[in-house]
Design a binder for this molecule. Sequence first.
Ligand code: DMJ
Length: 455
Amino acid sequence: MMKFAWDNYKRYAWGQNELRPLTRNGHIGNMFGGLRGASIVDSLDTLYIMGLMEEYEEAKEWVQNNLNLISNGEASLFEVNIRYVGGLLSAYYLTGAEIFKQKVVELGEKLLPAFNTPTGIPRGVINLGSSGTSWSWGWASAGSSILAEFGTLHLEFLHLSQLSGNPLFTEKVMNIRKLLNKIEKPHGLYPNFLSPVSGNWVQHHVSIGGLGDSFYEYLIKSYLMSDKTDQEAKKMYYSAMEAIETNLVQKSPGGLTYVAEWRGDGHLACFSGGMIGIGADDGPAEQKQHYLDLAAEITHTCHESYSRSATKLGPEAFRFDAGAEATATRLSDRYYILRPEVIESYMYMWRLTHDPKYRQWGWEAVEALEKHCRVDAGFSGIRDVYASTVSHDNMQQSFFLSETLKYLYLLFSDDDLLPLEDWVFNTEAHPLPVIRKTCLQEHGAKQDHGQTDLE
Ligand code: DMJ
């Protein structure tokens, strides 16, 4: 599947951001501020891990000769960070090739002006040119910044400091952490919108789906990536989890566990099965089993959202009201754009429990993708998961190559391929090594000699 997705991207959209498989051309979009090759940068580590070495070499060569970071466009800080910074960091750590280190540090430096706000909380949109001007998204309430955006920089920025020796990257994200730690949290929850000017919440809506999701993910992963030394992240994560459980976790009349705000974006929130699973073991002793059970229940609910559709793929949003149970109620919520979150949770739950049902569920997803999303020139999202005659959306998202296919591959691989004790996946599924306090220097030296460290 990866080879097919890649070959078609190469044939019809090489150097552009994403493939449009029906019209057989490329898509550039406006998320990456003039940066190109999103599918290439997002695929480097997947190709490498899968042993598609010829394809990996082509991708590397493109980065070397064509990834132009001199751009004046307006980019999403979050998207550039998770896809480009994350993709290049992983490629460097897996392969040791210097070019990735050079490019990622150069790109990281271009992101620094985004933090020049009265509070140091970055705005969502940044000009990648020399002005470094930044803006808030027009749709975000009253010039606010978004929790899942400024809260999803920590892992990558720590590694940027690690690689460049420049402490500024770490300082920027530690400042965000400090503010979030200090500010009052209604019912212990973190609302989605914060003013980068006053440092106050702009309104009180909370979500572990879009707008909130990866902030929580990065708390537990910061702790794990620090070799379990980042006690502050640990404390923030488990307090947030407690508040989420008390205020938001519910059971439907049909016995499905869900998070109360799953009204607008159920699919995105399905990453939380995996997150709660990887956090279970370090939780309070009396809660460990409970967290593992909760993770399994949420993953089960997400699987239900797939198995209740005609295509066996899940809708973008599913609900638990007006008689609905894990199904979309609005026409506009019925699409599937090759998203990874449900499969991501299968992969983590497989690693944590080895219950064969997670592989079965992953295989159902493979069959459904092959049947409904594979077209002659790539993979495409579909507009209605409940219609057995599908209509395609003509887009092969870069996260399909970076996440969906990588998590599927890992689900069917042995646990010692990228062991969870040694690697933490960023929110775009790019693996980053745990920073061992004891052997930092040794690790750096090894990577500089270009050794791989997959197992
Ligand atoms: C990806 O870019 C990342 O997983 C992000 O955290 C959420 N959205 C897409 C996939 O759905």
